[in-house]
Design a protein around this ligand. Structure first.
Ligand code: FNR
Length: 358
């Protein structure tokens, strides 16, 4: 693929984002803990990000089954009431000119935790609103409860839940769906030999460890049809000896691209505690390496928080899209500000804000 400019539109399967600054999924821990429903916080937070000029805003990790929530305060999309509530947020986002994406997620052995600003750490006990977790194998994440290994029926139920949730997401109006296979959550736990000790068809060699991911991709694609762009988020590496690696990701990315994944969102880490060499754009080389080796379109993410830096990632051909996370929490209008800093005229500055961006 040829390099482009940050403010060029990008089209996936006939669906066009107005530019290549997208907002990655970011959990807000503000859903109703009784039922995974969005709250006013989500309307305001996501509405502001859409208004801020992003090409697409991907809604936070949203659980496909109740036990797939990271915390009790996570969003869910396992029922139709959740679908209908999310539709109202999607409608507002569309009114602001942004595509609406959603990350479909199952937290596996890292489910049932406290929100980050709670005093407690580790697993929420069952009698305090937590639940028993599932994973490929009965291997705990450091400091968390030991999960139950999924049976073959349990795996089939997870795959079916991703497909049913994808259907609800499309019916809610979402333009893009992202399958969460990163950060040590359920699908990443299957991919990594550090968390997958299975000896059946879902473990062992890479074909086995990747099987559930391919089944989820196939089931989601079959459910939503050919017109919906699908993304997968991978962690490129566990940053740990004997762990999942960029080479394995490259192979699985080829497989998912062959099965109709349109763009791979390349993050890293999260499956085991590890020392990660943080720095500006520190994960960009994983996205550019994957794009160069496979030709699969990629999104780069991680400490990209400056307009010129973001423009360079796209212009250099390192990635097709940049995802800007914490910087849009500091300034939801980062895309509008970036256009101003780069001297790009936008025809979608909110009219009420035009005097600020001249
Ligand atoms: C995140 N991140 C994240 N990742 C993901 O795949 N699903 C999620 O729901 C969340 N939730 C989340 C919440 C908050 C508050 C933050 C700050 C981050 C990770 C996020 O998508 C992104 O990959 C990182 O934040 C790195 O990008 P930045 O922030 O350096 O631009």
């Amino acid at each position: 693929p040829l390099p482009a400019s940050l403010f060029d539109p990008i089209t996936l399967r006939g669906v066009t984002a107005r530019n290549r600054i997208w907002v990655p999924p970011m959990c807000q821990y503000h859903a109703d803990a009784r039922d995974g429903m969005p709250t006013e916080w989500h309307h305001v937070h996501l509405g502001a990000l859409a208004r801020g000029g992003a090409g697409a805003v991907i809604v936070e990790a949203t659980a496909v089954v109740p036990e797939g929530r990271i915390s009790p305060e996570d969003l869910g999309i396992w029922n139709d009431d959740q679908r209908d509530a999310l539709r109202q947020i999607v409608d507002f986002m569309h009114g602001q000119g942004a595509l609406a994406g959603i990350q479909l997620a199952h937290a596996g052995r890292k489910a049932s935790t406290y929100r980050p600003w709670a005093a407690e750490r580790g697993s929420v006990p069952v009698d305090e609103g937590g639940w028993e977790t599932v994973a490929p194998s009965a291997v705990a994440f450091d400091g968390y409860a030991v999960p139950t290994a999924l049976t073959l029926d349990g795996i089939a139920e997870v795959v079916a839940a991703f497909a049913a949730s994808a259907r609800r997401a499309v019916d809610a109006g979402f333009d893009l769906l992202e399958i969460h296979a990163a950060h040590g959550y359920l699908l990443h736990e299957f991919l990594s030999p550090l968390s997958n000790r299975r000896t059946d068809a879902y473990g062992g060699a890479l074909e086995g460890r990747a099987r559930i991911v391919l089944e989820v991709v196939d089931a989601v694609r079959a459910e939503v049809g050919e017109s919906v762009p699908l993304l997968v988020r991978f962690s490129a590496t566990d940053w740990a000896e004997g762990g999942w690696s960029p080479e394995e990701m490259e192979q699985v990315a080829r497989w998912v691209a062959d099965r109709g994944i349109d763009l791979v969102d390349v993050s890293s880490g999260g499956n085991v505690h590890a020392r990660i060499p943080l720095g500006p754009g520190y994960q960009v080389p994983f996205a550019s390496g994957l794009r160069a080796a496979t030709g699969v379109p990629t999104a780069a993410v991680g400490l990209i928080d400056d307009a010129h830096q973001a423009a360079e990632v796209v212009a250099s051909g390192a990635a097709d899209v940049v995802l800007v996370g914490r910087e849009v929490l500091r300034d939801p209008n980062f895309p509008l500000r970036a256009a101003r800093e780069l001297g790009v005229d936008l025809d979608y500055t909110p009219p009420a804000y035009e005097r600020a961006y001249r």
